[in-house]
Design a protein around this ligand. Structure first.
Ligand SMILES: [Zn+2]
Length: 65
């Protein structure tokens, strides 16, 4: 393993699909590996995951009415 986040393209654009589990296995693997190496993308991932959870919560509230 010589993974270096400096050489690796950042995965910000894939994070939304990653949170929704909409990537194929190869991309999921790449994003997961990148998140372990890259603090910046890891922080973005937390934000996207929180936004996604919030969205799911709002939808659940809508459905509850
Ligand atoms: Zn990154």
């Amino acid at each position: 393993m010589s993974a270096d986040p400096g050489d690796d393209p950042h995965v910000r654009l894939l994070l939304g699909a990653y949170v929704l589990d909409a990537l194929d296995a190869e991309e999921t693997c790449r994003v997961a590996g990148h998140l372990q190496l890259c603090d910046r993308c890891a922080r973005d991932y937390v934000e996207v995951a929180e936004a996604s959870a919030l969205l799911a919560l709002l939808r659940a509230e809508d459905l509850g009415e």
